[in-house]
Design a protein around this ligand. Structure first.
Ligand code: 1CP
Length: 343
């Protein structure tokens, strides 16, 4: 049986030497791709996530077009919430929960369910994608962190000030704890299902974890993230924790047993490497650089590649998801530049 052992993406996560820097980008399957928009004309976002053949097709689109060094399962962090009893839909303004989850009763009524029953279509998509990718390109599975999911549940969608969540934190912290524990249990089972279905790495997305004071981060977020990462410690699958805005939290994050940490663009990569010598790092180009001219894209990407050679391992990525208006030609220049760099 051939394996993906030689994948430069997996090697960098494990901290093994490679002659070039692997690249994938967050949200690489999505609205900036005309072939994705063509699929979306026929299927709603929810239908797309729930139809394994279609999810497989859009997962493959950026791999075929750009030759990224890793694929990421096409789905969304909110997908496991529906079987828990929190259905949502996606409009132009992003995700909207049918009803926000705020009261004690709302939280008590959420059910931790068998991932294989509630979201078996995700496991099926993974098996199809693995069949398409073969042993050339590894597949990343993922979940949202309990806190980032809690922001969507409590606010009912995206939010600016997180008023409802913070009101709960500062008036009924035990309620927030209860919600966080349920989400943690659900995510552990959901990720175990993905590993069993065949993903080669997992990423935990904590997009909004950076909105708390460090003390609250330590109390509310860190123990749950630790429990999720530890549940995968013996799986043999490398783990990436992406905490957007992680700079004020590095002392806490450094206590996690995890192979790699995602970095956004607000911290210099060399600074991150100095502070996190024992971790592989992933990042950290500002996604908006793709809106600039191509000399800027090349020089900024190369600077990150050079700095990354000092890390235990380095996977090139944007510091957050690619935006819908990113020009295709800019992504081509980025991939050529990073894949052309030699360490
Ligand atoms: O209209 C459409 O076609 C939907 C647009 C879209 C897409 C392409 C959404 C809605 N989600 C996705 C895919 C997606 N989302 C992936 C697929 C794999 C990939 O290519 O990377 C992943 C990993 C996510 C994860 C996700 N969803 C996060 C965490 C990462 C991040 O970018 O911060 C978050 C916060 C979401 C919520 C979400 N889903 C969709 C949107 C537009 C949003 C963000 C809304 C907001 O800003 O609050």
């Amino acid at each position: 049986m051939s394996t993906l052992h030689d994948s430069i993406f997996l090697k960098n996560l494990r901290g093994e030497p490679t002659d070039r820097t692997p690249i994938w980008v967050m949200r690489q399957a999505g609205r900036y791709l005309p072939e994705y928009m063509a699929v979306r004309k026929k299927l709603s976002f929810n239908e797309l996530c729930r139809t394994p053949e279609a999810a497989c097709e859009v997962t493959m689109q950026p791999i075929r077009r750009f030759g990224f060094d890793a694929a990421i399962l096409f789905s969304d962090i909110l997908v496991p919430l529906e079987p828990m009893g929190a259905p949502f839909h996606f409009g132009d303004g992003g995700p909207k929960l049918q009803r926000p989850i705020r009261s004690e009763d709302d939280i008590r009524n959420l059910n931790v369910t068998e991932a294989r029953e509630g979201t078996g279509y995700v496991a099926e998509a993974i098996k199809l994608i693995k069949g398409e990718l073969g042993d050339k390109t590894p597949l990343i599975g993922f979940a949202g962190s309990p806190f980032t999911l809690a922001t969507y549940l409590i606010e009912g969608g995206g939010s600016k000030n997180y008023e409802n969540l913070k009101t709960m934190l500062y008036s009924r912290p035990e309620l927030l704890d209860e919600l966080m524990d349920k989400l943690t249990d659900q995510i552990i089972d959901y990720l175990a299902m993905q590993v069993e279905a065949g993903v080669d790495a997992i990423q935990l997305f904590d997009t909004w974890g950076g909105i708390l004071h460090p003390q609250d981060f330590d109390k509310v977020i860190l123990p749950r993230v630790r429990r999720i990462l530890d549940s995968l410690a013996d799986s043999g699958v490398p783990r990436i924790y992406f905490l957007k805005g992680n700079a004020p939290f590095l002392e806490s994050v450094k206590t996690l047993d995890v192979e790699a940490l995602g970095m956004d663009w607000t911290m210099d990569l060399s600074d991150g490497i100095k502070k996190l010598p024992n971790y592989s790092l992933q990042g950290n180009l500002d996604p908006l650089v793709l809106y600039g001219d191509h000399d800027q894209i090349r020089s900024r990407a190369l600077e990150i590649c050079r700095k990354g050679t000092e890390a235990k391992g380095h996977v090139f990525n944007l510091g957050h998801g690619i935006l819908p208006k990113a020009p295709i030609a800019a992504v081509e220049t980025l991939v050529e530049t990073v894949q052309g760099f030699r360490r």
